[in-house]
Design a protein around this ligand. Structure first.
Ligand SMILES: Cc1ncc(COP(=O)(O)O)c(C=O)c1O
Length: 359
């Protein structure tokens, strides 16, 4: 009998948001709104199409395995040397790579409960021991994370804003945290949703910590505000020695040429990012207002999704909304997450929610 690694025995495969076509087929619906995967309802920068078309002319050629041009434009935008940048096939792949770079069997890996699920899965794959710290008022409990550090601690995963709760910790909290973490423990700071944050207290410039903290890695993505989720491009910043080790572990051509071309074309489109930010802020306000009118409890969010409860079984709500043509995501027993969409998508969600609540 073939034997699989013990480490993967308990892992449940990642369950993505349900595809629109699936739900259309199952419930015989012509219109379905998907607000389940924190995708960008505005699409992506109009600058991308021509770049993608040009890249289609060379599909027989391997992509630039070093992502030279992409790293150069990232370097220019963030004022960080190319030698401190790594690009990956989505930040998902970077989470995987970092787990391979750092985690050995028995290492304790600190993370929050109710956060991005890939941290615990990749930790387990590598035989790490997840040390899971409950959220406090739906926020990261950084103090308890610090208290959980032992001699066996190897790495800490941080998500700010947090997915799925949309909560943040402040710049001064991050600064204090980094000061107190021993320098041989790696801190991975995932800011996949940073472009959506409205709060002035948020660490708007987390990269400033890299020069002082060689144990810190900052992860970002083109999947959310840039709207390139299908192409899979993530980018990260860290010390040269960490980047060198990432390069040992990643696949040699981990980011395809179409993805590189689109990312290069979109990175400078600040106007697009501004439209994304504004539409998200407006959509958030609309959903908050409607939730308040309906008496729905929610957690104020700094991201492109809102965590809420109807104090009823979340799976039932999820199915009931699906039958009405709206896909969202059940998270906990009675808590769900809805991504913020276009005004039309948001009102389709609210209309469907009203119907579900009236039952
Ligand atoms: C917090 C967080 N990090 C990373 C990712 C992965 O994003 P991607 O692999 O598309 O860059 C996600 C995706 O939902 C996320 O929510």
């Amino acid at each position: 009998m073939i034997k699989f690694r013990n480490e993967i025995a308990e892992i449940v495969p990642y369950k993505p948001g349900r595809p629109i076509a699936d739900v259309q087929r199952e419930y015989n619906l012509s219109e379905v709104v998907k607000l389940a995967s924190n995708e960008n309802p505005l699409g992506y920068s109009p600058n991308c199409k021509a770049a993608i078309e040009a890249a289609l002319d060379s599909l027989e050629i391997y992509p630039d395995g070093n992502c030279t041009e992409l790293k150069s434009v990232i370097s220019e935008k963030f004022k960080i040397p190319v030698s401190s940048i790594a690009v990956s096939s989505g930040s998902d792949e970077m989470i995987d790579i970092l787990s391979k770079v750092f985690i050995e069997s028995g290492d304790e890996i600190i993370m929050s409960d109710v956060t991005f699920v890939r941290y615990i899965d990749t930790t387990r794959v590598m035989g790490g021991v997840p040390v899971v710290i409950p959220l406090k008022d739906w926020k990261y409990d950084l103090e308890s994370m610090l208290e959980a550090i032992t001699e066996k601690t190897k790495l800490i995963w941080l998500c700010n804003p947090n997915n799925p709760t949309g909560t943040i910790f402040t710049d001064s909290e991050l600064s204090d945290f980094l000061k107190r973490v021993p320098k041989d423990i790696v801190v991975v700071y995932d800011e996949a949703y940073s472009e959506y944050v409205e709060s002035d207290e948020y660490p708007k410039d987390s990269l400033k910590y890299l020069s002082e903290y060689e144990n810190m890695i900052v992860m970002k993505t083109f999947s959310k505000a840039y709207g390139l989720a299908a192409l899979r491009v993530g980018y990260s910043f860290a010390s040269e020695s960490i980047i060198e080790n990432i390069n040992k572990v990643r696949g040699p051509f981990n980011v395809n040429s179409i993805a590189q071309a689109a990312a290069i074309a979109s990175i400078k489109d600040e106007e697009f990012l501004k439209r994304v930010y504004d539409m998200n802020a407006e959509g958030k306000k609309y959903i908050y207002d409607e939730f308040e009118k309906l008496g729905v409890e929610y957690v104020p969010s700094e991201a492109n999704h809102i965590f809420f409860t109807l104090k009823r079984d979340s799976n039932e709500i999820f199915v009931a909304l699906q039958k009405l043509g709206v896909i969202i995501r059940p998270i906990l027993k009675d808590w769900l997450r809805v991504s913020i969409g276009t005004p039309e998508q948001n009102s389709a969600f609210i209309d469907a929610l009203k119907k579900v609540l009236s039952k």
